[in-house]
Design a protein around this ligand. Structure first.
Ligand code: PRP
Ligand code: ZN
Ligand code: MG
Length: 218
């Protein structure tokens, strides 16, 4: 691989905007153009890979990228559902959210004790299954790729397990959260592979700058 440090980032979304802002505050100069999936940093030997957040842990694990910035929720889900060589190198403190169980207001499911024998719709089967087994609850998972908040009203599940940030999506769909199963924030991840001396030096410099930016924004 080249000696340019490769960072995998979410291409669009809330995590993406905050990640770009963080790297710019660290002095990296780059331009994200519509549709471009690879951005070169002009003033440092760094390339940015712009991908789907769900792909970031495996890209870091299998050497497609040296490091990545991703939601802890995605990292934990991928750790639970596959073999992964990727762990947290630094917590970044932004894009905070919670993975919650939620159900229709005034419905039959009001707490986790009502879940046995019911169906739970989610895009996080790994984390949800872990919670159910830790809690000794026997429920059926309905896996979806998105729009999970619709599941109860179309009759495919009695409750959902999905991310809550502002709570607006739950409210708009007549749902209330009754249990938080994971708290999440953006994290910088890396694998256990040893990097070249040049990349190690660059990564150390970047981590120190990130620390500085986080401290100064507190
Ligand atoms: C996420 C999540 C919820 C929503 C929660 O979806 O899946 O649907 O945001 O945010 P809120 O509490 O502020 O309403 P998003 O559209 O960001 O991503 P996704 O397509 O990966 O579900
Ligand atoms: Zn996603
Ligand atoms: Mg969503």
């Amino acid at each position: 691989m080249s000696d340019r440090l490769r960072i995998a980032l979410q291409k669009k979304g809330r995590l993406a905007d905050d990640s770009f802002a963080l790297l710019k505050a660290c002095g990296l100069r780059f331009a994200i153009r519509g549709g471009g999936l690879l951005a070169r940093v002009k003033n440092m030997p760094i390339d940015l890979l712009l991908v789907r957040d769900d792909d970031i842990p495996s890209f870091v694990s299998n050497d497609a990228a040296d490091i990545g910035i991703v939601g802890e929720n995605v990292l934990v889900e991928e750790q639970l559902t596959g073999e992964l060589d990727a762990t947290i190198a630094m917590r970044l403190g932004f894009s905070r959210c919670r993975l919650c169980l939620a159900a229709p207001d005034g419905g039959t499911v009001k707490s986790k004790t009502d879940l046995s024998g019911t169906r739970i719709a989610t895009t996080y089967p790994g984390v949800t299954r872990r919670f159910l087994s830790d809690s000794g609850i026997d429920a059926k998972l309905v896996e979806m790729k998105g729009a999970v908040e619709l599941a109860p009203s179309i009759g495919v599940a009695e409750s959902i397990c999905d991310l809550v940030s502002s709570g607006a999506t739950l409210e708009a769909n007549g749902l209330s959260a009754f249990e938080t199963i994971l708290k999440s924030e953006a994290v910088l991840i890396r694998s256990s592979r040893e990097l070249s001396a040049a990349k190690t030096e660059l990564l150390d410099k970047l981590l120190r700058r990130i620390e500085g930016v986080i401290k100064s924004s507190e």
